[in-house]
Design a protein around this ligand. Sequence first.
Ligand SMILES: [Fe+2]
Length: 256
Amino acid sequence: MLHRAIATKEQPVGWQDYVVPQDWESFTADDHAVWDLLFARQVDLLGTRVVTPFLDGIDLLRLSHPGVPDIEELNAILKPRTGWQTVAVAGLVPDEIFFGMLSERIFPVGNFIRTREELDYLEEPDCFHDMFGHIPMLANHDFAEMTKHIGELGSAAIAAGQGHKAARLYWHSVEFGLAREHGELKILGAGLASSFGEAHFSLESDAVERLPFSVGKAIDTPYKHDAFQPRYLVSETLEGTVDEVLGLSAERLLAL
Ligand SMILES: [Fe+2]
């Protein structure tokens, strides 16, 4: 998520200025083959080690359909379900743009995919991370509402000069959260669900901390965006985390 800006106009005024055509026809046969390879490898790796709504979302959105998904086809299923839609962007967008998009149920998706030579090394999120990692959970009503609310909180926090609080909340839930499901530890966050190396590491490594998720703990916990996380926050239940985040006002976030 977040950070480096790639603007298409000199003075962008809103998130719309960062939207580019997906230009699905420009993906090559090899791009589509890379998607298929990544998809098959990741589904096999995850098995049932990811929360059930994620697996439901993969099925619902027909993400197993061969090749890079067409944004319009994806939106035709996603929008009627939770009101969310995806748009294509050329790369990472600034935090205020990103949170602004989330607050309007818009999720930015890179208009490119990694090369076969760099299957596991990513300078910035590509469409496999964005679509495979994020979009399935946005088909889940509760998670979709929570993500929109984090967008609203993020916009307010940035306006108050405290954007890091919302970034940490986002990071430890939507991006790198773990969650218990029927007592079993599962992957929740998109950064884990879409990662070949960190998916199992987050669940199995003895070298990391796993602490119970709370809004306060998330805001107090820094994160790394260029390495595996040293600490994961675990939602006792997905529903509990959704309720806690939805109950958080911007005023309370800023006071924490
Ligand atoms: Fe992400």
